[in-house]
Design a protein. Sequence first.
Length: 336
Amino acid sequence: MSYHPRNAVPFGGTVEPGKPRLLEQVRQRIRVKHYSLRTERSYVAWIRRFILANGKRHPAQMGAAEVEAFLTALAVQGQVSASTQNQALSALLFLYREVLGIDLPWMENVTRAKRPARLPTVLSVQEVRALLACLEGRIWLLASLLYGTGMRLMEGLRLRIKEVDFQRNEILVRDGKGGKDRRTMLPASLVPALQQEIARALQWHRQDLSEGCGAVWLPHALARKYPNAATEPGWQYVFPATRRSRDPVDGRERRHHLDEDRLARALKRACRQVGIAKPVSAHTLRHSFATHLLEAGHDIRTIQELLGHKDVATTQIYTHVLNRGVRGVVSPLDRG
C-alpha cells in the first residue's frame, strides 16, 4: 500500500480535527519560508521515504536511532552520494525543527557526509564553440547565454524581460543562489537573437491575455503587493514554455518557463556529435565561463562578482583548473 499523508497519525494516535496532514504541514511551512518548488518536492519525497522505511510510524514517535539508521542505510545499502545523503538529512532537520517544533540536540551530532574535493569539468574555447555549433534556435540561445554570462541554468530559465538591459548591455540576475541579486554582462553578439526571443515571448503573452490567461508566476508576496504585475510584459519570462500548464501550487493555468531537461538532452546529443567524452551539463558552461575569463587575465574578484560567489575562496577553484595555484607561480629567482 502506498503512503499517503493521512496515514501519518500525529502524537496521540488519532488525527486532530481540522489539522492538516503531516506532509501538507510540511508543504505549508516550506511555502511560508519561501523555499522553491524543487526544494518542496525533494523534502516531501525524503520525509515520505523516511516514514515508509520505518513502518509508517509518525516522526514524532521516532528519534536519533531511526534517523541515523536511515542515513546509514542510504550510504551503505543505497550507495548514494554525499550530496544526496546531505539532502535527506536537511529534509529531516526541516521536518523536526520547522514542522514538528521538536528540539532534538542529537541532530547536531549527526555526521554529515562530506563532499569529496573535485575539480569542475571545464571545456576549452574550441570545445565550447563546437558544442554551440551543434545547437539550434532557443536552445542555442540559452546555452550561449549561460556560457556568455556565467549564469546558472535556473537563473537563465527564470530570467524576466525587464531584467535584460539592452542600453547598458547588462543582465540583472534576481534572487540568485542565497537570495542575492547581481549584475552580469550581456554579450553583444547575442543581442539580435535575444531581442527576437523576447519579441516572440511578448507575442505569446498577448495571445494568452486574449484567451483569459497571461498571468505569470510571481515570487513570494509580489502577486499580492502588485496585483497587476503578473500580466505586465516586463515580468514575463524571456524563455517561456511553448504551452501553458497548470500551476501545481494554486492550480491556475500559466505559461511557465522552458523545461530545464530540454537543454540537458540537447547538450548530450551535441557532445556525441562533436566527440566530447567529458561529462557536460549546463553548469559546465558556467565553469568554462569563469575559467576562460581567468585565462584572459581578468581579476578574480571581478569574476567572483559576476558569478555571485559569497567567498572568493569558491572562485579560486578555477585557478587550480588552470594550474595557477602554488605550482603555477613563477619564483622571482627564475625570472629573467
